[in-house]
Design a protein around this ligand. Structure first.
Ligand code: PMP
Length: 362
């Protein structure tokens, strides 16, 4: 649809399309990298705190001060080094607006989070996309030269590959005049966080979310950690857009979730163990699996088209993600669910592949 009332810029936008959120409850949902387990009991307890109920009548703290101090304590940084937003997507949007609208192109990998080009279009930012290697690895040298900045997820999505911290430091040195934003949506599943580099690098911004490892995708809470001058930049943008992006519920529940370190550790350990055993099982089924440090794997079936396998899995009520994009259209991205869900996925793959082989042999 289109409308004559739309501005020319709006008419040209190609919005991001999120993974499907189906209404059918029975589906095994492995398509949007949500956590398969319920959030921390402490986070759930915060939801039913009468003090929260009383506070809902009023506007929330526009600066989310308490939440920022809990996040700061968690990462051993000062409170003015933390910025929070309505999901990390919003923190990313403000990052693009605040730091990347320049005369040079923004740099990010050719295969990465597909929201990045959408923000570029929204904010009229030119971009260049250095190609990942054949094994989906990133070569940091590709990010040298004139640029508006660099953004990349670590681990990368949808590949799951992690970039070592030495490489992140090299990127920071290659672009000393520009912001390097590291999107750590999946870092808790076994990667090394760049937060420890923030005090040494004025151009580093690390962006996190509670949607994945904290099992709070429905709460919509993300944050950035960086030196105070970057955080103040993000606040200027936020206060020119929406003064209260993080509601009172998210501020309290998020703080309780972050304070529950033990829950986070145990939850991530379970997801990592499942991921590693699924990787082995898929490899045994002839899939090529990209080594992942995230809560998903990118896997290429050895004997049938990825698109066909996606359709057959869906017919059996198992939803994974298939990207119809060059280089990855023969892969499926499979989020890590519970052990039971993954056993069902593996069993379905086994059956579908065997049926397919029988029908091609005949
Ligand atoms: N970054 C990456 C790499 C992601 O995959 C996602 C999830 N789609 C996000 C950021 C956004 O997460 P959220 O807005 O739920 O915090």
């Amino acid at each position: 649809m289109s409308s004559p009332f739309w501005s020319p810029a709006l008419a040209q936008l190609e919005p991001y399309v999120p993974g499907e959120q189906p209404r059918a409850q029975r589906l095994i949902k492995l398509n949007t990298n949500e956590n398969p387990y319920p959030p921390s009991p402490q986070a759930l307890a915060a939801l039913s705190d009468p003090a929260l109920h009383r506070a809902l009548r009023r506007y929330p703290d526009p600066e989310s001060s308490e939440l920022c101090s809990v996040i700061a304590a968690q990462h051993n940084v000062a409170t003015n080094q933390v910025f929070v937003g309505n999901g990390s997507d919003e923190v990313l949007a403000h990052t693009f607006y605040s730091f990347f609208r320049r005369d040079q192109p923004l740099l990010f990998p050719d295969i990465t989070y597909s929201f990045y080009p959408v923000y570029c279009q929204l904010y009229d930012i030119d971009f260049r996309t250095p190609a990942l290697g054949a094994d989906f690895s990133i070569s940091v040298q590709d990010y040298a030269g004139e640029a508006a900045g660099v953004i990349l997820p670590n681990p990368n999505a949808p590949t799951g590959r992690q970039l070592p911290l030495e490489d992140i430091e090299q990127l920071l040195r290659l672009q000393p005049e520009r912001v390097v934003a590291v999107d750590e949506a999946y870092i808790d599943f076994g990667g090394d966080s760049a937060v420890c580099l923030v005090d040494r690098h004025p151009n580093l911004l690390v962006i996190r979310t509670l949607s994945k490892s904290h099992a709070l995708a429905g709460l919509r809470l993300g944050y950035a950690v960086g030196q105070a001058h970057l955080i103040e930049g993000l606040q200027r943008t936020k206060n020119s857009f929406n003064s209260y992006p993080v509601d009172g519920v998210a501020q309290r529940v998020g703080a309780a979730a972050i304070a529950d370190h033990r829950w986070l550790e145990e939850n991530c350990a379970k997801v990592i163990a499942t991921r590693d055993s699924v990787t082995e099982a898929l490899t045994a089924l002839d899939f090529e699996v990209v080594p992942s440090k995230a809560n998903f794997v990118l896997a290429r079936p050895g004997t049938m088209e990825a698109g066909q396998l996606y359709t057959e899995l869906r017919r059996r009520g198992i939803l994974v993600r298939h990207f119809n994009r060059a280089r990855i259209n023969q892969y499926l991205r499979i989020s890590i669910g519970t052990d039971t869900e993954m056993a069902q996925l593996l069993e379905a793959c086994r059956e579908i592949i065997a049926t397919h082989q029988n029908s091609t042999v005949r």
